[in-house]
Ligand binder design. Structure first.
Ligand code: IMP
Length: 204
């Protein structure tokens, strides 16, 4: 079975493919030959995730899913949240977004933050949402060159490395995206015998 993943972000595709195994083949928008930039006009992750998956479902009538993720910093009242991709302006620069975040947190003692991922899955026209959360801390200077987005400044609780210093598998041990994807896998496994051979990559 094919599931279109409504994203153009290769990092997200790799992280999700590390979790979904078995009979489900995840294909990116590029692999599906779809070349659109889907808008994220809403003020919740849930509505933006729904917007993305519905757009692709209406276009293709194929089973699909999308995800929307935000970094929520406690002492900034949940910012950047849904503005995570464009925190420093329209340019979508990871570097500039991190600079702005670190600037806002200068001399701020409470650096608690969390990543929250919402997945919207559409199977035969019916939508189901899944959530995954990873709690952690924003450090004062970037460490590591792996991953994407805010990975170099985020240390998940229980770890001593930033996501930017971790391998894909290490990030998966803590990741918001992995947690949401595991719920999707369980849902598909329970839905139909077709999906019974699905398994997650828990064994790392
Ligand atoms: P999106 O709208 O779901 O693509 O994500 C919004 C922004 O959040 C991205 O552009 C990244 O800056 C950031 N982001 C999302 N997921 C992650 C992650 O796993 N690590 C670090 N940053 C992330």
């Amino acid at each position: 079975m094919k599931l279109i993943f409504a994203t153009n972000n290769a990092h997200k595709v790799a992280e999700i493919n590390a979790v979904i195994k078995g009979d489900v083949q995840v294909i990116s928008l590029e692999e599906a030959g779809i070349n659109i930039d889907i808008p994220e006009p809403h003020d919740t992750l849930e509505l933006n995730a729904t917007e993305k998956s519905k757009t692709i479902y209406e276009l293709t009538k194929m089973n699909c899913f999308s995800e929307d993720t935000g970094l929520e910093v406690l002492s900034l009242g949940g910012e950047p949240g849904i503005k995570s991709a464009r925190y420093a302006g329209e340019g979508r620069s990871f570097e500039k977004n991190i600079e702005k975040l670190l600037h806002k947190l200068e001399n701020v003692a409470n650096r608690s933050a969390r990543f929250r991922t919402v997945i919207s899955l559409i199977i035969d026209g019916r939508e189901t949402l899944f959530e995954g959360i990873c709690e952690g801390q924003i450090i004062e200077e970037k460490r590591g060159t792996g991953g994407f987005g805010y990975d170099p400044v985020f240390v998940p609780n229980g770890a001593d490395k930033t996501f930017g210093e971790m391998t894909l598998d290490e990030k998966g041990l803590y990741s918001h995206r992995r947690k949401a994807t595991e719920k999707l896998v369980v849902f598909l496994s329970n839905m139909s015998p077709i999906f019974n051979s699905l398994s997650t990559s828990n064994e790392i």
